[in-house]
Design a protein around this ligand. Structure first.
Ligand SMILES: [Zn+2]
Length: 424
């Protein structure tokens, strides 16, 4: 055993123990936590645990073969390689549970096409909720608000920060938190139970880049190792910690992931501003050929597909897009046609499917919002104006604060969506 390998194993063990200690100190999950040992195995994503395929047992006989094939081939994948791992027969899907070399198969039995067995899940769709009053259309709904990124002292590392001349720095993680705090009381006033997945500009994960350096061994230079460990910290470990919080403690019916979009700004200390300003929403789907080859992602895809969360994500995003377009007038964002990790959602130019760590791991419908281009001339001027009540003239037009406009558009969209489906 080489010295480096021993060091890696020791660090993995320390990380594993730290993970257990952290979970037991802050979370008291009803079910025992899955193995917290970070993964360096090639058939798993970074820091992923090996999936427990028995979790899919309750979904036996809940979906027809036709529906399964349609969903997997038209919305959940972007290539053909899923066929190397999932074989569809007339009565079942035979799914490889491990690496390509493994022979282990999970058998998912299809229902006859006429059967309508409801998929077992802990969250409720708008249609499943009891009727509500017009004043409280979100009564009985538990909503987790996830302010994107970490912000604060981590914003530069996350590459979600720029400053123009003597202006105020633009920091996405701080802005999403600001919107979250404006949104929470608006959702509560509509009857929802709302909670924030991150309440301050600090990481949810107890891990830090230094503790993840050992996993960056393949990088060739010390600088590359450091960058890799940083990404592992703010992209991977942070989202996994948030997923634990969402899935084990909050257990919401819906997660709203708040973001501001951006276009390439180049040097963060001398950023490029653009005239492009746009809007889009993301639902889970569009797993590419490399992602489907990883056992944990294949499992997550099937868990999402079988819960039918995408149907709810599309329905809610459609209502949100409507209110955002009415309130902001923003045009839809168009991904480059050659993108292999995205799929358009038919019939709505504002909706796209993408496989992101958060919308894959959060165990309920998840809506990713990407309104406003932070480095567009208009959004930049509005961000510089900060938060305020009422209207102010910005770039020649009377406008509300960009943060309040964002929160109002979300609250209005959700209110209309649930009110329409929960008529008293
Ligand atoms: Zn973002």
């Amino acid at each position: 055993m080489s010295k480096n390998f021993k060091l890696t194993l020791t660090l993995l063990l320390i990380l594993g123990i730290a993970g257990i200690a952290y979970r037991s100190a802050f979370f008291r999950p009803k079910t025992p936590p899955s193995s917290p040992t970070p993964s360096v195995t090639r058939d798993l994503s970074m820091l992923a645990s090996r999936p427990d395929w028995s979790v899919l047992e309750p979904f036996q006989n809940t979906i027809s073969g036709e529906d399964f094939e349609r969903l997997i081939s038209t919305v959940f994948t972007t290539g053909e390689k899923w066929k190397n791992f999932i074989e569809i027969t007339t009565s079942e899907a035979r799914i490889k549970t491990g690496s390509e070399a493994s022979n282990e198969i999970f058998h998912l039995r299809f229902s006859p096409s006429t059967a309508t067995t409801p998929a077992p899940r802990h969250w409720k769709t708008a249609a499943e909720l009891p009727a509500s009053t017009l004043a409280k259309p979100l009564a009985g709904i538990r909503i987790a608000i996830d302010p994107g990124h970490i912000g604060g002292e981590w914003a530069k590392m996350e590459e979600r920060w720029f400053v123009l001349g003597s202006g105020k720095p633009v920091c996405e993680g701080d802005m999403t938190l600001q919107v979250a705090y404006l949104l929470k009381p608006r959702l509560e006033a509509l009857g929802a139970t709302a909670s924030l997945v991150r309440e301050k500009n600090a990481p949810v994960t107890p891990l830090r880049p230094a503790s993840l350096l050992a996993l960056a061994e393949a990088s060739t230079t010390p600088e590359a190792r450091e960058k890799y460990a940083e990404r592992l910290f703010y992209r991977t470990a942070e989202i996994r910690a948030r997923a634990d919080l969402v899935n084990q403690i909050i257990k919401p019916d819906l997660v709203l992931c708040l973001h501001f979009n951006a276009e390439g700004w180049g040097n963060p200390n001398n950023p490029i501003l653009t005239d492009h300003n746009h809007l889009h929403f993301l639902v889970n789907g569009a797993y590419d050929d490399d992602e489907i080859a990883l056992a944990d992602q294949r499992f997550a895809l099937l868990h999402k597909l079988l819960q039918r969360s995408q149907e709810e994500e599309i329905a809610i995003s459609t209502s949100l897009a409507k209110s955002f377009v009415t309130i902001t007038g923003l045009p839809p964002y168009q991904y480059p046609p050659q993108s292999t990790n995205v799929r358009p959602i038919q019939g709505n130019p504002y909706l796209w499917a993408r496989n992101l760590l958060a919308n894959r791991l959060y165990d309920c419908p998840v809506i990713f919002m990407e309104p406003y281009v932070m480095n567009s001339t208009t959004a930049y001027a509005r961000i510089q104006a900060g938060d305020y009540e009422g209207l102010r003239e910005i770039a020649g037009t009377m406008r509300p604060s960009i943060f309040r406009e964002y929160a109002d558009a979300v609250a209005t969209g959700l209110s209309h969506h649930y009110a329409a489906l929960r008529k008293p």
